[in-house]
Design a protein around this ligand. Structure first.
Ligand SMILES: *Cc1c(COP(=O)(O)O)cnc(C)c1O
Length: 390
């Protein structure tokens, strides 16, 4: 049996996979089992921050792997502390809780919000407002937080206490705050799975003001937008807001599983002994990877991310076969005239690997993709978008 046939037989059928097996890679280039080369425009969904086989990443991981791979949270661990200190210094957060995924980071944020609400406002203040079209994860609670009905079917009853407001409509949020007992508002600043929609800065500022006015926490889900993806270390840093909790995952480990829930001033003392935990959380190898990733997301790299982003926006906006370009930094959504799935499959034939988000083609290349590869990818993409219409 081929890998494809065995996959169908032995793996739960939760993924509609592309007909492609990636076996190795080098930087922003990846190769399939037949040796065909592709320019990686998705980095494993914004995970491989510095692409494949990156020597700095490999060294950091190997070095830690040769010391110890896991110790449990019963003992102190240097890589874990180092990464937490780095995240706090770079964001203004006061404490970090480590988990292993985006959903887990958000679960932690939701527990923090409810705990804070019950301690500061009263037990009934458990409601959390999220946005329609959002995505916060696949656990029963983060599904409940996700404001898209398609994800809710079949899994009811979901966790109670989530209300859905409209993105870019401050009044819809205020109405929910007035009519319900709430402890927090939770949102992505660029809705990733929802179609790469960057929130309007006025709306984000307005929500931040509402959080103060109604004394509720502001939770920002930076699972996808974080770790340099949008052109700042975290997206909230370019929206001019001070959140109470920020979650991240995807690109933080550069390819290894790790998630983080960062707590700022108001929430720093909330989690006490026994209130939360994770066996694998803060794994030393994942944290050593994280340290090596965050260390390299410095101002020169971020500037490069913004320049590459500008280049893609300039080239693709108004090009033939392209209706619109959205997003922030190297998190880009392209609305094509032709069906997005058709464009993606043609791209794959031509050696590009973009992915989909709703009805759009989504680009999430490694942050250090060389400019010449990006130029080549954009050129091919424009040809494909045009050809697909004809
Ligand atoms: C991917 C994603 C998640 C879920 O992360 P997992 O690691 O798959 O659990 C949550 N929120 C956002 C914004 C995401 O993009």
């Amino acid at each position: 049996m081929s890998i494809k046939e065995k996959d169908k037989e032995f793996i739960a059928n939760t993924y509609a996979r592309f007909d492609l097996q990636i076996t190795r890679g080098c930087g922003s280039l990846v190769y399939d089992d037949k040796g065909k080369e592709y320019i990686d425009l998705s980095s494993g969904i914004a995970v491989n921050t510095f692409g494949m086989c990156d020597p700095v990443f490999i060294n950091a991981v190997n070095e830690q792997l040769n010391k110890c791979q896991h110790t449990s949270n019963l003992y102190y661990s240097e890589p874990c502390v180092k990464l937490a200190e780095m995240l706090c210094t770079r964001t203004g957060a006061k404490k970090v809780f480590f988990g292993n995924s985006g959903a887990e980071a958000n679960e932690c944020a939701i527990k923090v919000a409810r705990l804070w609400g019950s301690q500061n406002k009263g037990e009934k203040y458990y409601n959390i407002i999220t946005l329609k079209n959002s995505f916060h994860g696949r656990t029963i609670t983060t599904l409940a937080a996700t404001g898209q009905d398609v994800f809710h079917a079949y899994f009811n009853p979901l966790t109670e206490g989530f209300l859905y407001g409209e993105a870019n409509n401050v009044d819809s949020i205020e109405k929910l705050l007035l009519e319900n007992k709430c402890c927090a508002i939770m949102m992505e600043l660029v809705q990733g799975e929802g179609g790469v929609m960057a929130l309007n800065p006025d709306f984000v500022g307005g929500v931040s003001k509402l959080c103060e006015k109604y004394n509720v926490l502001l939770l920002i889900d930076e699972v996808q937008t974080g770790n340099g993806r949008t052109g700042s270390l975290y997206a909230f840093q370019q929206y001019g807001i001070t959140p109470d909790v920020v979650t991240t995952a995807k690109g933080l480990g550069g390819g290894l599983p790790i998630g983080a829930c960062m707590m700022f001033g108001k929430t720093e003392g909330i989690l006490g002994a026994g209130l939360h935990g994770s066996t694998f959380g803060g794994n030393p190898v994942a944290c050593a990877a994280g340290v090596s990733i965050i260390e390299r997301i410095d101002e020169p790299l971020l500037k490069e991310v913004r320049e590459k982003s500008q280049y893609v926006f300039d080239e693709l906006s108004g090009a033939e076969g392209i209706k619109s370009v959205s997003g922030l930094g190297l998190m880009i959504g392209i609305e094509t005239v032709a069906d997005a799935s058709l464009v993606i499959s043609k791209c794959m034939e031509r050696g590009l690997l973009p992915i989909k988000a709703k009805n759009k083609v989504r680009l999430l290349p490694p942050l250090n993709i060389p400019f010449d590869l990006l130029r080549k990818a954009v050129k091919v993409f424009k040809e494909v978008a045009k050809e697909c219409v004809q």
